[in-house]
Design a protein around this ligand. Structure first.
Ligand code: GLN
Length: 503
């Protein structure tokens, strides 16, 4: 039954299906955009996924697309599909404030390569999403603006730092969105919100036009409600870009689409001992164990493996990422970038006053840590050592992939936690990324899929993370597709009442 036959708006569909039905003439891009804007107007005041909607731009673009179809232009793979963008992504003229007072009112002077590619494919950017300030956080609570709510339970965190982009897709304020993942910022919120999130191999997607946090880790990453959409969005945004020297010299990513998706015979899945036990909630491990058993029932072989340096991943990440952040964030001093505060009138005073006023506590903490680990006399002891441990973590994966095709385990150690629960304890917040940070440090692709639900009332989503060797995205997607085709977890959606509360 089409959305129109139900008398409803064209909501609730996946991106690819929506695109096909627009192209088939079932509804126009304008009708779709209007329906999504109306839904966001209704629900955003309680979900806080969107910090800004540019309705005029979205409607204008939808009208142009409808005209292009009438004119006989070939519609792209995301033709007419609304997309939400994290507030650290440049879309010319849109506010790119990175969830920070420092960049409040700053408008992007150009469009990021990956955004331009989504536009070329026919996507309609409808909103900029809320995020933890400069992508530092795991709950959305470090935003200088609004904190997004988990649509499964509004009192809980949506995960972070790409909180709003995850909430938008989970609550169908958009069929797809983009986030950025430095240490887990797409996978962990995907797990908390019950959707898919895929961090590509480092270098798969150009970072040109993504505001830098940890440049050796940052990757633009798609969110979606089904594997097909995730795959198409990844295909659209990936590929070499001369404007980012770390983007890999690859043709655009081509998904593998074997006829038989549901059998995983011959696939060896490594289950790391270090991703079990201490620190892992029982409600999460129960759901993940069931998901692994399901993969086994599809023909995969589960192989216990060791990633012996896993326990050093969080400390290593908080040296490497803070070092890079302290350098990247040096530009926000009120001279070229950042809302200037004059201070005592001297140049130094202006720099200091600007940074004191513009940055929130967590960002200041990271800049202080990063400056310390890079400072003369401490550099070798901290930064140099962390780089060597990073190599050991990478080697853990290399040797594991000599005997297994991919690795699976929980995406996050806990269910979505209550808002406020971890704000006074930075370390407990950092530990949310225990299982996502290793793949980031190793530059490997990793996907979080909706694995089921855990806990008491209301049941909360759990994510299973699949990690593969470099450039193995097609394999991860194939396994996720087989899981999806034989389970129904991804199809469950939170019920949101008109007033925006969970029903
Ligand atoms: N939560 C992690 C952090 O706070 C990861 C952030 C990210 O991936 N952007 O650094």
């Amino acid at each position: 039954m089409s959305a129109r036959e139900t008398g409803g708006a064209p909501l609730g569909l996946g991106a690819v299906e929506l695109r096909d039905r627009i192209v088939a003439g079932e509804f126009t891009a304008l009708e779709v955009t209007e329906a999504y804007l109306a839904r966001a107007r209704e629900l955003n005041s309680s979900l806080h996924a969107y910090q800004a909607m540019d309705e005029q731009r979205a409607l204008e673009r939808a009208r142009q697309l409808d005209q292009a179809l009438v004119d006989g232009e070939t519609p792209g793979p995301l033709f007419g599909v609304p997309i939400a963008l994290k507030a650290n992504m440049c879309l010319e003229g849109a506010e790119t404030n990175c969830g920070s007072r420092m960049l409040s009112g700053y408008r992007a002077p150009y469009t990021a390569t990956f955004v331009a590619r989504a536009l070329e494919a026919g996507a309609v950017p409808i909103a900029i999403t809320e995020m933890d300030e400069f992508a530092m956080g795991s709950s959305g609570e470090n935003s200088a603006f609004e904190c997004p709510r988990n649509p499964w339970d509004l009192a809980r965190a949506a995960g972070g730092s790409s909180s709003g982009s995850a909430v938008a897709v989970a609550a169908d304020l958009a069929p797809i969105s983009l986030g950025s993942d430095t240490g887990g910022s797409v996978r962990q919120p995907a797990a908390f919100c019950g959707i898919y999130g895929l961090k590509p191999t480092y270098g798969r997607v150009s970072r040109y036009g993504l505001v830098a946090f940890g440049s050796s880790l940052d990757q633009v990453s798609p969110f979606a409600r089904c594997v097909r959409d995730l795959e198409v969005l990844l295909e659209v945004i990936s590929g070499h870009d001369p404007k980012d020297s770390t983007s890999l010299p690859l043709e655009a990513f081509q998904a593998e689409r074997p006829a038989e998706l549901q059998r995983l015979v011959g696939l060896r899945i490594g289950v790391p001992r270090q991703y079990q036990g201490e620190g892992l909630d029982e409600s999460v491990s129960t759901v993940c164990d069931r998901a692994l058993a399901h993969l086994e029932s599809l023909g995969a072989e589960l192989v216990p493996i060791d990633l012996p340096h896993t326990r050093y991943a969080i400390p290593t990440y908080y040296v490497v990422a803070t070092a890079e952040a302290s350098s990247n964030l040096g530009r926000y001093d009120g001279s070229l970038f950042g809302s200037r505060v004059e201070g005592d009138g001297s140049l130094q005073g202006m720099f200091a006053a600007t940074r004191v006023a513009g940055f929130g506590d967590e960002v200041k903490r990271r800049i202080l840590l990063g400056t310390y680990v890079l400072s003369a006399g401490y550099y070798e002891a901290w930064y140099g050592k962390a780089q060597r441990v990073r190599t050991l973590l990478r080697r853990d994966f290399e040797s594991a992939f000599e005997s297994v095709d991919l690795i699976a385990g929980p995406t996050a150690p806990t269910l979505p936690f209550a808002l406020g629960e971890k704000t006074s304890d930075a370390l407990s917040m950092y530990l949310s990324d225990t299982f996502t940070v290793p793949a980031s440090l190793a530059g490997l692709p990793a996907l979080s899929l909706p694995a089921g639900f855990g806990g008491a009332e209301p049941p909360l989503p759990v994510g299973l993370q699949l990690i593969g060797p470099a450039l193995s995205e097609a394999r991860l997607l194939r396994v996720a597709a087989a899981f999806e085709a034989t389970t129904g977890h991804h199809a469950q959606r939170p019920t949101l009442s008109a007033a925006g509360g969970t029903a």
